[in-house]
Design a protein around this ligand. Sequence first.
Ligand SMILES: Nc1ncnc2c1ncn2[C@@H]1O[C@H](COP(=O)(O)OP(=O)(O)O)[C@@H](O)[C@H]1O
Ligand SMILES: [Mg+2]
Length: 596
Amino acid sequence: MRTLARLWPYVRPVRARWAGAAVIAVVASCLGLVFPLVLKWIVDGPVTDRDPSGVWLGAGVLLALGIVEALLFGLRRWLVARPLAGVEAGMRADLYRHLQRMPVAFHDKWASGQLLSRATTDLMVVRMFLAFPLTFLIVNTVTIVAGLAVLVVQDWALGLVLLAPAVPLMAVCYRFEHGYAEASRRAQDQVGDLTTVVEESVLGIRIIKGFGRHRSHARAFRELSQTVRGTELTKARLLAGILVVITLLPELALGTALVLGTVRVADGDLSAGTLVAFLSTALALRWPIESIGFLLAMSQEAATATRRYFEVMDEKEEDPRVHEQRTRVDAEGGGGSGLRFEGVEFRYPDAAPGSVPTLARIDLHIRSGETLALVGATGSGKTTLTALVPRLYDVTAGRITLDGRDVTAMPREELRTLVSVAFEEPTLFSATVAANVLMGAPDATDEDVERALGVAQADFVRRLPEGPDTEVGEQGLSLSGGQRQRLALARTVVGGPRFLVLDDPLSALDVHTEAAVEAALRRVLADSTALVVAHRPSTVLLADRVALLSQGRITAVGTHQELLRTSAEYRHLMSEDDDGHDDDHDAAEAGKAAHA
Ligand SMILES: Nc1ncnc2c1ncn2[C@@H]1O[C@H](COP(=O)(O)OP(=O)(O)O)[C@@H](O)[C@H]1O
Ligand SMILES: [Mg+2]
């Protein structure tokens, strides 16, 4: 109940329509209870008096009642369908907006399939709950209470016989709720896991095929889906159990009442019409009572779905506030121009407490207009360091300043306009080439896009069927790795950002393209302050200075020539014979050796 109450803010706007529909359903359902009274009148009146026209009249009234009941139920459906679809859409939009605002650390932690299943299946369950079980739990309760009242009024002794199963039924329902809640939670989580597997297999289809893993993947999928099936069967067993009790007990009570009633009619204590009315009222209550099992099950599923929805919604978003305290420190001095790391330490949120931080004691100053290359073995923390500048993660100690302003003291929007990032993994969206580039600066003109594509040496775009207006597929899979990387680079430079952070943006380019991109990049770098992760000597040469990152520490800073002279690890990373990139493993080993 408490969980479902959290849906109120979403239901609030449609409460009038929903309540109207519920009232209509109650009226329609209670109309069903009038039938037995008409029957009673027919039996005790026209039938006893042998009056055919009276029977016809009674039949006509019954038909009219039936039509009105059907119309009312139709009206109810029509009233709620549209607003409830709106509730579902609203909740889904909120979830999506929330996911966009969650910090990267949240997405590191949550499996995408879990998010996907919450945004689809769970929300659908919630909508169905609002449309059906919620209304009918109310409608059926009212109908059952009204029906029992009618029964007791007609004949209190027989009425009490029918009331007798109520207490054991309630106890059974209570126990069922608990068992079913647990099973439905398990089932919905397992569906989330299943979704994750499907999603990963679709994204990783090349790897699965390339390594011939489709059989083992299919087997793993089958096992997981067997688990889901098992849980669903547990649910079905629980439901079957309660349905047996819910159907059987009232049926037994009805049988007893029938025997007792017949005896009393034979004794002349009871009119035949009353017995007919009594039994048909009891039969009219069969569906409301029997459906309670299903309704409780569906409500329980909706409660689970709601809980899963709010588990995501309750996670804290990126803190949009600006840290004013830090701003004041800046006003007092310190900082200076350029990009500065001051005593930066960083630990991933999921790291074990007390473990060695991923980055520690990072002090770097990239002067305004300067380009600093960041070199280090695989796993030394280069990507992590670059992610701190646009605040994809926040430093755990120390600070990062842009022209003297702490990045945490800036509104994120401003920070992300100021800093432009190119990631190791060039992700493209299913949109046109131009739209993908424009993500870097939505206000950029066509000329800016042209220029950015020029810088990134993406002249292949001109040869695409529709030039920059060509749609590139999901993740740009129809392009080669190098082509994707060049588009991602164009996206990074299109807005002419003051600060550039490039995480090895040239890794997938062949030597000739790389040389051409570097020549163009040199011009961009001249106007901005840049931090460039580099693997090859040719990229390093774009930079004014080089910093060597070794196991999360900056171990040397200087020009390429200086570091070649003074650092064995740097010499090794830069040695031409193993290119320093394709053989990252060796480099990492050497890094450890040098560190020791
Ligand atoms: N999202 C993450 N959560 C936890 N640890 C991470 C995450 N990303 C990277 N790491 C760890 O941080 C270290 C540095 O990784 P990374 O910065 O990617 O290195 P590099 O880019 O130099 O190869 C590695 O030991 C890696 O396992
Ligand atoms: Mg990296």
